[in-house]
Design a protein around this ligand. Structure first.
Ligand SMILES: Nc1nc2c(c(=O)[nH]1)N[C@@H](CN(C=O)c1ccc(C(=O)N[C@@H](CCC(=O)O)C(=O)O)cc1)CN2
Ligand SMILES: NCC(=O)N[C@@H]1O[C@H](COP(=O)([O-])[O-])[C@@H](O)[C@H]1O
Length: 237
């Protein structure tokens, strides 16, 4: 069980500088677990995951955070009182999301993160989240199970698989990317990418498992790279 007070060993000009990570999850949290383990081992250097936010009550990511001694908070668009269950009015939906996004940005920034990682976070952010977070100089990165410019949005693996089944998947490969988060969903600058092949006879589960097996390592390596950039900035400031 890793302890939030145990961060990876300090090396370099300003050994005291530490990168504070906030992680946002909506699901099982296997990628959060990879981040927790990598911070504990030092693969992600001089860092600490100081807060986890989930937006689905049943997200096992909260259990993983608790087991690692990391504070977590459930914050949901509907149960948080921002949007009425079953609301269909487009203007009200937009307004609810804007208020939720602004409130979440305020909550996230309270913890003074140096980097925000979306690890299976299934809510599209609008400017009411991105603008204050950007103004605070906090980068946001996201794990997306597709290659740049392909299968933006939710259900990316399923759509790639459908294309594979119909012989339309380019080079019979899909992949994974870690990218900076911008207002245009899944179109932010890629940080790292990895191709994942589809094989004849693959079921959707086979492809999903191959992708999931690859994404943990890619997320850790990409996060470690961005942490390095953050720490360089911190130590030179
Ligand atoms: N402004 C941005 N917000 C988010 C980005 C981004 O690049 N820019 N990345 C996503 C993560 N993501 C894909 O990587 C993604 C997640 C969810 C959706 C989506 O359609 N969500 C629906 C709700 C779906 C659900 O609750 O099951 C929605 O928000 O209405 C698209 C892409 C995170 N945010
Ligand atoms: N568009 C974003 C998206 O689809 N993200 C996907 O959510 C899963 C989270 O798994 P986890 O909760 O076990 O880390 C991951 O497979 C990730 O690629």
């Amino acid at each position: 069980m890793s302890n939030p007070d145990v961060s990876s060993a300090g090396t370099g000009a300003d050994a005291d500088a530490e990168c504070r990570l906030t992680v946002l999850c909506s699901g099982n949290g296997t990628n959060l677990q990879a981040l927790i383990d990598a911070v504990a081992s030092g693969e992600i250097p001089r860092s600490r995951i100081t807060k986890v936010f989930i937006n689905r009550k049943t997200a096992y990511a909260a259990t993983r955070a608790h087991q690692a001694g990391i504070p977590s908070e459930y914050f949901n668009l509907v149960s948080g009182g921002f949007q009425q269950k079953g609301e269909k009015d487009e203007a009200k939906l937009r307004e609810s999301r804007a208020r939720y996004d602004a409130a979440l940005a305020q909550k996230v920034l309270q913890d003074k993160p140096d980097l925000i990682v979306l690890a299976g976070w299934m809510h599209v952010f609008g400017e009411p989240f991105l603008t204050p977070v950007g103004a605070a100089g906090v980068p946001v990165i996201n794990l997306h199970p597709a290659l740049p410019g392909k299968y933006d949005g939710a259900n990316a693996i399923e759509r790639a698989y459908q294309d594979f089944q119909s012989g339309k998947l380019e080079n019979n490969h899909t992949g994974i990317m870690i990218h900076y988060v911008t207002i245009e969903v899944d179109r932010g600058e890629p940080i790292m990418t990895q191709t994942v092949e589809c094989r004849q006879g693959d079921s959707l589960d086979d492809l999903e498992n191959r992708i999931h097996a690859a994404e943990h390592g890619l997320l850790v390596r990409a996060t470690a790279k961005v942490v390095g950039d953050v720490l360089s900035k911190k130590s030179s400031s």
